[in-house]
Design a protein around this ligand. Structure first.
Ligand SMILES: Cc1cc2nc3c(=O)[nH]c(=O)nc-3n(C[C@H](O)[C@H](O)[C@H](O)COP(=O)(O)OP(=O)(O)OC[C@H]3O[C@@H](n4cnc5c(N)ncnc54)[C@H](O)[C@@H]3O)c2cc1C
Length: 617
């Protein structure tokens, strides 16, 4: 049995909590594997959308004729990967998992196809796996010898000016909302809701993350410090449960299932076929602040961190500022923050005292490269065509002032690098684009990855020194990313109350940031010459990451980790991911999936299954 982690959970997790039917799921080598005619029948019932799953990387190992350079370059395109039922955005994790294709996939078009696949898997005792955007770091959307429900093509999007969840007619007021198919990724939702609709929906920061996986993990985007978590914005889901029923889940109908889908972890409670999310007004401007300060000595770096903690508390700890600051071993502090609702002048004004502080000690601090602080009309933030058209103006600011990015230039380079990358495959959707900053993780083989919510109490005056010291100590071991948009302290009351009514660890409500420490390489996959994962280096990195995060654990007190961005080997994961909500999630799992059809690594109820999800323990 896998370690349960927290002794406190033992009473609620008796070994036979879930009903037991089949002790072992069947594999293609078993005599009980469905016959060809059974598969044929399934294919007919899903309109011919049952497909054998190809593993594109196999060709790199076995086919000397394959154009390896082309395939490796496609592996840097997240849209190419997303279009392959046999691939995932992360290719694996040292000593944990390496992506493997299912035997067959149902390329689902609607809830009916999903229900057929669920019924077939249940009736034939198959390992079932669900994939949308394919961005699980933990490998929970792939499993060898399984049947895959692949929602990639379910990306219809419909806006509603006045939506009322089914059955809530007497208790909820109509509100603007958007319904997205289960395969919808962030960029598609932003195009429909923001670029075309002039409104806002809470998707991920990374444009290629699937909304269904995002919401079920909790989910944060660059502007979550204002709008809250993705889960907190869910109004309704259509979901196929293990019994093959197509159910509506919202605050009034199946409210327990609804709550579990809001942050209880993807792939554990059923298959979401579509979701309806709250739609918000846009501010006039969305923007960013990007620059790097380098300290000339360790002592100067300590003082820089101390100053930044205090500056953050006083000027940035509010719903205007999200995304990240990176605290690095080379004594650099990299600011990569997003900005909500401020024009370029207002945004610059916020940072001026900090930049002045840096400028006052030129022997101790220098700016590496440009300082870019600015905003653009919010509606264009994800407007791919607009970015393409305005690039030259942004890169070479026009003295007449009709360019829209404000640049604070400190006598250094005047050039803004392109921020988006595009899917240049023939026939690709014109809005297929991703932020350059996310590109490094495409086809990643992870060495180590950990996260920790940092409570806002660490920002109090008497704790700031401790926090700065812990950040300094951690940075001696590895780089630390502080993701301010992934902790909701400082957010408006609506955002907090939405997130409070989800299954996420309540620690998220009091955290000013999620600290993430991670490392990996890519593209890499076992057995591909020249692209083998470095196992020894990966193991060393994992140890380093753990030691680094321990420095932060020492000051954070009792807190948690974000299920979707956390350690595969998370200790006490039930407590870490869900805290006091775990026992309620277990009850809901037992009600809707008593036989464990939906099992993912470190998901609710997975204690009862072997690591590969095939054998009941
Ligand atoms: C490069 C990268 C950037 C990221 N950036 C962010 C970020 O900015 N903010 C953030 O909060 N997180 C981020 N994440 C984490 C991401 O939110 C989670 O991994 C999320 O679960 C991905 O959803 P998906 O649909 O893309 O992935 P998938 O791998 O397809 O699914 C993730 C999990 O959800 C399940 N699932 C998917 N679709 C369904 C469905 N329809 N019904 C039931 N279960 C389903 C899968 O079985 C799996 O267990 C990032 C991850 C990566 C790899």
């Amino acid at each position: 049995m896998k370690a349960i982690g927290s002794a406190a959970l033992l009473p609620i997790l008796p070994r036979r909590l879930f009903a037991s039917t089949n002790a072992r799921r069947c594999r293609p080598s078993d005599s009980t594997w469905p016959s060809d005619s059974a598969w044929k029948q399934l294919n007919e019932s899903v309109g011919g959308n049952l497909i054998p799953v190809n593993f594109p990387l196999a060709a790199l190992k076995t086919d000397p004729e394959v154009d390896a350079a082309k395939l490796l370059s496609e592996l840097k395109n997240p849209y190419y990967i997303g279009d392959q039922p046999g691939l995932t955005q992360t290719l694996g994790w040292v000593d944990a998992w390496a992506t493997k294709p299912s035997v067959y996939a149902v390329a689902a078009r609607n809830a009916h196809d999903i229900a057929e696949a669920v019924n077939f898997a249940r009736a034939n005792n198959l390992r079932l796996v669900v994939k949308g955007g394919g961005h699980s770091y933990q490998g929970t959307s792939n499993a060898p010898d399984s049947l895959l429900i692949w929602t990639r093509h379910m990306n219809d999007i419909a806006m509603h000016p006045a939506f009322v969840p089914n059955g809530c007619e007497h208790t909820m007021k109509p509100q603007p909302a958007v319904t997205v198919g289960a395969g919808t990724i962030g960029m598609q939702a932003y195009q429909a809701v923001t670029t075309n609709g002039g409104k806002y929906v809470q998707g991920g920061g990374c444009t290629t993350v699937g909304l269904a996986g995002l919401v079920q993990g909790g989910g944060f985007g660059s502007y979550s410090k204002h709008y809250g978590s993705a889960a907190g914005n869910l109004l309704e889901a259509e979901v196929v449960t293990a019994d093959g029923q197509i159910r509506i889940a919202n605050a009034c109908t199946n409210p327990d299932l609804f709550w579990a889908l809001k942050g209880g972890g993807g792939g554990s409670f059923g298959v979401v076929s579509k979701m309806t999310l709250r739609v918000h007004d846009l501010p006039e401007f969305l923007g960013a602040a990007n620059f790097t300060v380098k300290a000339s000595s360790d002592d100067a770096y300590r003082r820089l961190l101390r100053e930044f903690v205090s500056f953050y508390h006083e000027h940035l700890f509010n719903d205007h500022w999200g995304e990240q600051a990176e605290v690095n071993p080379d004594n650099t502090l990299e600011i990569k923050m997003s900005c909500y609702g401020l024009d370029a002048e207002q945004a610059k004004k916020v940072w001026q005292p900090f930049l002045d502080w840096v400028a006052r000690a030129p022997h101790e601090y220098s700016l590496k490269g440009r300082v870019a602080i600015g905003s653009i009309p919010a509606r264009h933030w994800w407007d791919v065509q607009w970015w393409k058209e305005h690039w030259p103006e942004i890169a070479f600011p026009n003295p007449n002032g009709n360019f829209l990015i404000g640049l604070l230039d400190y006598g250094l380079v005047h050039l803004l690098q392109p921020v988006l990358e595009f899917d240049n495959r023939p026939g690709a959707r014109p809005d297929n684009a991703w932020w350059k900053g996310d590109g490094g993780q495409v086809s990643w083989f992870i060495w180590g990855y950990e996260s920790l919510w940092l409570p806002a109490s660490l920002l109090e005056n008497d704790a700031q020194q401790r926090l700065a010291d812990a950040l300094f100590a951690a940075s001696r071991i590895s780089g630390v990313g502080l993701h301010f948009n992934k902790g909701l302290a400082g957010a408006p009351p609506d955002a907090i109350s939405g997130a409070r009514d989800t299954a996420m660890n309540p620690a998220v409500l009091n955290a000013f940031a999620l600290a993430i420490v991670a490392d990996g390489q890519g593209p890499a996959y076992p057995g591909i010459p020249g692209h083998e994962p470095s196992i020894a280096e990966g193991r060393k990195a994992a140890q380093r990451i753990d030691r680094c995060v321990n420095q932060l654990r020492a000051v954070a007190g009792e807190t948690g980790a974000y299920v979707s961005e956390s350690n595969y080997f998370e200790k006490g994961w039930q407590q870490s991911y869900w805290g006091s909500n775990y026992s309620r999630l277990v009850e809901i799992k037992r009600k809707y999936d008593p036989d464990g059809l939906f099992i993912v690594h470190n998901g609710v109820g997975s204690e009862q299954w072997s690591a590969d999800g095939f054998t009941k323990l």
